[in-house]
Design a protein around this ligand. Sequence first.
Ligand SMILES: NC(=O)c1ccc[n+]([C@@H]2O[C@H](COP(=O)([O-])OP(=O)(O)OC[C@H]3O[C@@H](n4cnc5c(N)ncnc54)[C@H](O)[C@@H]3O)[C@@H](O)[C@H]2O)c1
Length: 402
Amino acid sequence: MSDPVSIVLVGIGGYGGTYCHLLLNDKQSRGKIVGVVDPFAEKAQFFSELKKRKIPFYDTLAEFYTQHTADLAILSTPISLHSRQTCEALEHGSHVLCEKPLCAHPAEAAAMLAAQRKSGLLVAIGYQWSFCSAIQSLKADILDGRLGRPVQFKTLVLWPRTDTYYARNNWAGAMKNADGDWVYDSPANNACAHYLHNMLYLAGSSPEKSVLPVRMQAELYRANPISNYDTAAFRITTQDGPEILFYTTHASSRTLGPIFKYTFEEATVEFSGRGGDIVATFANGQQKNYGNPDQDGVEEKLWGTIRAIRGDGSILCGIEASMKQTLCIYAATLSCPAIRSFPCDLVYKAGVPGNQVRVMTGLAELLEKAYLESTLPAEISNAFWLNPGKSVPVPMTSVIRQ
Ligand SMILES: NC(=O)c1ccc[n+]([C@@H]2O[C@H](COP(=O)([O-])OP(=O)(O)OC[C@H]3O[C@@H](n4cnc5c(N)ncnc54)[C@H](O)[C@@H]3O)[C@@H](O)[C@H]2O)c1
């Protein structure tokens, strides 16, 4: 058996707990935690367990690297830190597994790509669907041409989020944080980023690539008292790929999705929500079940990265695959620079005080109708509050093409 890969965990509260759990309970001891970097580590669920195992704690990566090295840095930190911490870890010789989204701004993505190329090290981005067997076998069939040319991919995600969600840290829903760094936190760049990324990823021309977005038309809204948006609709034109439509909100009373329909010339691929399977129906009526995309991706992004570090296999989703989502997020703000706050008298609070969702009346129905008709909301409703964006070219594509 190979020696365990030495790991520094950066950010152990929130989602970082998932990595603590997997590594601390791994019977195969594939990774050895050699340090934790988190200035607020004592609040985390696994703090005492990690302390008990005599793992050293640091406030910054710089302090950690003065005393240690690590084969792998796992970053589960706020979005605004992803780029600089990835670059810092690479400079110190660590491979990186950084949580999604890649980063906040395309310039940060370009810096990450340059740092990775200079270092020759591996960087994985934690979009778990891209590491799961269901998406990998679907992508293999798409690349083999079994489904024909991709025509249109669309996804709808209605995920209510409470005021507790927005109060869990000081960057939730923020366009920039208190230090003035870009965050662009929104359902499209955080909780539901997976499903936007997945469409770009499946339309990529090779296993580790995503398709290039070239034009964006967006509608952006908010019901919550945040600086960014909690509701979005995107129409994305891609280079030689499908039209992509994406609808998401945290301001709905009901949960739906992700549901998707990916239309190809010779097949339709559908997913009817979490717990279900991805199923393709071919022109001749035959069906193929690709399985549940939430089955094995969380484990696989960690174990697959460790295998790749040991020279066994490649990184299925890295910087180049993930930066197309970052470009879309940026382009959406150019398409629709003035985020529209829903009218106060149409927004109500649902749930018990202390854990309430702000709900925009009629929004869930409108997004669902837009999804079914493959349009943007402002194209099918004449509600006075609608906020259609312009169709704009996606900038910075030259950085990505290099
Ligand atoms: N893959 C998934 O399904 C999934 C799910 C949830 C969150 N995430 C991603 O995980 C990342 C973290 O999100 P979260 O909701 O857990 O955030 P959070 O704010 O709840 O937790 C972030 C952690 O980072 C720590 N931290 C803050 N500043 C730090 C610094 N300078 N150095 C080291 N640690 C620092 C915090 O103390 C905290 O423990 C985000 O990128 C988010 O999108 C991924």
